[in-house]
Design a protein around this ligand. Structure first.
Ligand code: HAM
Length: 435
């Protein structure tokens, strides 16, 4: 027997049974982004490897072990994008989007990271990201967080997520703190786990968000980065907290939150949930005021975040386990006799012109009327439109409502109006995701 070919580990198909939920969530988020003045940008799935190395930082997990790198036919280093911010900044610089103007950009698409797959962690996953360029105050950080809070509220999951925020200060702040931290860690070198020993000189700040409980206990006795913030960073953070309080967005200040990408400064945040096991971050981001300049653009501040779409869908599903995820067939056309069969195709085209918002399907594959009705029932069709030889001769058709069995014969001229009325007048028949 021929061996079947499977999808690559950690890369998932989204099947028709799930697509309505994806589309619903994507539509809600796109609408909210529009509502806040964001414009969509689409960038390539692959970029030069240098871009990510420079943007994300050489000593990060993403660069060290998670990138899909390959050489093209000319030997140029290419990478499947592990995240969207670097490509967005690259495109903004390349197309001069950042000169003397503020930009609010959003994107959606697959990202690739060679991580160990588990629930909520995949090697191909979708992000919906939003990036704001040219604004440096804490007010835009607050608005971005308020916007994400709105997303959770509209999706009905706001009681299942918590916001964690922190400030990692300016580069200067981190340099000062770096020395203090390395000093303290050196004194405890024997107690460090292997990961932390590896990071102590290359990226000691990342040790702060170690998930190892013994490392966390050790860090409890060490000074916090937040205590070393310079005045400007402290004021930025205090004002952000004040604005979130004012907006009624609750948060927890997590002094260990430093994020896994090196481009951040000052504000960092994550929305986390306890409902998904260890992969609890559904959205994460922060300020990255140095990145545009680092990648060769003007010296402009920026802030952004990205939502992990699969994790968000998992959470929506865990909160609403009875979600309907597939759109039902609204109108199923059946026919009996050659003449009726011939006119079914053209009549369905006419109906699709009149009723483009509904799902309209013809019955193919033969069978008598009762077999065709059985097929309509199996598809959970809402209405059946039957064409028999006599009806076609009289320019009529029969419409049957499968929810109550009521049927009536109407002229073909009035069919579209009758169908629309039946499909829109009864509230339980609306194609809604949430009941
Ligand atoms: P990140 O924290 O690496 O940040 O990813 C953002 C979100 O993508 C995570 O919170 C999570 O929901 C989702 N995610 C990450 N890795 C995986 C994975 N392997 N499987 C499933 N979902 C995953 C960034 O990527 C930044 N570019 C965010 C940002 C935008 N910062 C500023 N602007």
């Amino acid at each position: 027997m021929t061996k079947t070919i499977k999808a690559i580990r950690g890369m998932n198909d989204v099947l028709p049974t799930d697509i309505s939920l994806y589309q619903h969530v994507e539509t809600v988020l796109a609408q909210i982004l529009f509502n806040y003045g964001f414009n969509e940008i689409r960038t390539p799935l692959i970029e030069c490897t240098h871009l990510f190395k420079r943007a994300i930082g050489e000593d990060t997990d993403i660069i060290n072990r998670e990138m899909y790198n390959f050489n093209d036919r000319h030997g140029e280093g290419i990478t499947l994008r592990p995240e969207g911010t670097a490509g967005c900044v690259r495109a903004g610089i390349e197309h001069s989007l950042f000169y003397n103007q503020e930009q609010r950009l959003w994107y959606m698409g697959p990202m690739f990271r060679y991580e160990r797959p588990q629930k909520g962690r995949y090697r191909q996953f979708y992000q919906i990201g939003s990036e704001v360029f040219g604004l440096k105050g804490p007010d835009i950080d607050a608005e971005l967080i308020i916007m994400t809070a709105r997303c959770w509220k509209i999706l009905g999951i706001d009681n299942h997520v918590q916001l964690e925020i922190n400030s990692i200060g300016s580069i200067e702040t981190r340099k000062n703190y770096h020395h203090i931290l390395v000093n303290m860690l050196e004194k405890n070198i024997k107690k460090l786990d292997n990961d932390s020993k590896r990071r102590i000189y290359s990226n000691p700040i990342r040790i702060l968000d170690s998930k190892n409980p013994s490392m966390q206990a050790l860090l409890d006795d060490m000074p916090s980065l937040i205590d070393y913030l310079d005045n400007a960073s402290r004021e930025h953070f205090t004002e952000l907290c004040r604005l979130l309080d004012l907006a009624g967005v609750s948060y927890h200040i997590n002094q260990r939150l430093v994020r896994g990408l090196d481009y951040y400064n000052n504000t960092v945040f994550e929305w986390i949930t306890n409902s998904l096991g260890s992969q609890g971050a559904i959205c994460a981001g922060g300020r990255y005021d140095y990145l545009v300049k680092l990648l060769g653009g003007p010296d402009i501040p920026a802030v952004g975040c990205a939502i992990g779409l699969e994790r968000l869908i998992l959470l929506v599903r865990s909160v609403f386990p009875l979600l309907k995820t597939q759109k039902v067939v609204d109108i199923y056309l059946i026919s009996s006799g050659q003449c009726a069969k011939n006119s079914m195709l053209t009549f369905a085209e006419y109906l699709r012109n009149q009723l483009p918002e509904f799902k309209i399907m013809n019955h193919f594959g033969g069978g008598n009327f009762s077999a065709q009705f059985a097929r309509a029932n199996k598809l959970a069709a809402r209405l059946v439109l039957a064409l028999g030889e006599n009806e076609v001769a009289d320019h009529q058709c029969t419409i049957k409502d499968l929810s109550n069995g009521i049927q009536k014969t109407v002229s073909q001229y009035h069919a579209a109006g009758t169908l629309r009325a039946l499909l829109t007048n009864t509230p339980e028949k609306k194609n809604k995701i949430y009941d």
